[in-house]
Write a new protein. Structure first.
Length: 83
């Protein structure tokens, strides 16, 4: 069972969901602090290097049983091109 709450970070509401003993924050809500109209822009910047893509791909493989490995491979290829 999960429990949803929110916190305020720099005057920005950020959703938090608790699953078991772990808390997860919404990165889209965090990105709204930097760009309220287009939060995808800061997220793309955060995910613009091979290091971040590799970390996120490994995280998903470990913790998300529904992760689509082929999609992760596409992202890794994109990170290679953006170096």
């Amino acid at each position: 069972m999960s429990k949803k709450t929110e916190i305020i970070v720099f005057d920005t509401k950020v959703r938090v969901i608790r699953v078991g003993e772990a808390d997860y924050i919404c990165i889209t809500d965090l990105a709204r602090y930097k760009n309220p109209e287009r939060p995808g822009v800061p997220i793309r910047t955060w995910m613009n290097t091979k290091r971040e893509i590799t970390f996120l791909s490994n995280w998903e493989k470990k913790y998300n049983p529904d992760f689509k490995h082929t999609t992760g491979g596409v992202f890794k290829g994109f990170a290679e091109l953006s170096k």
